[in-house]
Design a protein around this ligand. Sequence first.
Ligand code: ZN
Length: 172
Amino acid sequence: MAIREIVLEGDPRLRQKATRVRHVDDSLRALADDMWETMLDAPGVGLAAPQVGVSRRLIVIHVPAGYDHDDDPEINLRLANPKIVRSHGRQLGLEGCLSIPGWAGEVPRADAVTVKAVDMNDRAVRIKATGYAARVLQHEIDHLDGILFTDRIEDKSTLRPVTEEEYDEVAE
Ligand code: ZN
């Protein structure tokens, strides 16, 4: 595994629509491993392949236990071709991005999502998530379509520099 360089806002690779994964093979799993290490090192709670300059539909997510409620389990995901097939409700919460260091803003998102994807064994999976976990999934899937969280902010005055501690909790 290796830590990759994270692409920053302004780089055109963050604005491209990423290419669909045809087969999950060893090279894709190796990329997911590198992304995993890069995300933990940053640290962040999620990372999408375009953020390491690779135009593939691949995301990794690591949300610590207790994210919304004390009994919420830790969430660890490596997903190819993730697609939101159902969403409902609305939440507004603080969000940051590893490609926009030091900044965060209030982003509206669906409160619950169902995501169809392919796991690292090339098997179809269906993931249901609510609250913060649903937020992270939506943020990462947006990256695959060249969308940044700043595009989703309705009240631009909420976009502000945050402390390192605050940033580390919301960077994805
Ligand atoms: Zn991001």
